[in-house]
Design a protein around this ligand. Sequence first.
Ligand code: 1GP
Length: 234
Amino acid sequence: MVYEVIKKGGIAVLIDPDSTPVEDAKRIIEKAKGVAGIILVGGSTLWNAEFDEYMRELKEASSIPLVIFPGYSLQVSRHADAILFLSLLSGRNPQFLIGEQVRAAPLIKRVNLEAIPTAYLLIDGGKITSAEFMSNTKPIPRDKPDIAVAHAITAELMGMKCVYMDAGSGAFYPVPDEMIEEVKKNISLPLFVGGGLKTPQDVERKRKCGADWVVIGTAIEEDEDFLLALRDIV
Ligand code: 1GP
């Protein structure tokens, strides 16, 4: 079960199929060996219709668990090891709270994919990210850790298995340290933090604040050697 791996924490590499051709993705996965505990795959849009084929090729090349991080219901594949079954809990848009999930659920069930119910909390990262625009939801303000905590507790009380705080891909600022600390103090679920992490020091600091998983996408897309620097902090 991938959830057993998720309970341990670590570094997650995010691969967006739209910005990463499959050969590049395979190379990143190879370089991520010994660094990443899981590989997340997903994005806000799908320009390549062959998501399932993309996942199949990655699966052949990956000894690291592949976990779908879906932007919406079309991102389901039998070739993944699991899917973060996200509900955009910080938003008030029913499409991303429950609508996309209902569309995806029958296929997830049919292909027997491990679904990990995850509360997705979008946090203001200093700019309008794709996640904010595409979901048509307002992020939680950076200076309101209490609101993030209330959402995280709600997730736990609702029986969700993880919380993911995301400043959005390419955010100017990552999720604030204090917000991570407060959320971590108030829940006992594995906590993902991602969006706008640009340096190994960022990664290390967010882990110290209580992020069980730190997620890095853009920084690795821009420079794959970022993965080498992360070896020292695993
Ligand atoms: C986005 O948390 C992820 O959903 C990763 O963000 O691309 O900024 O690393 P970056």
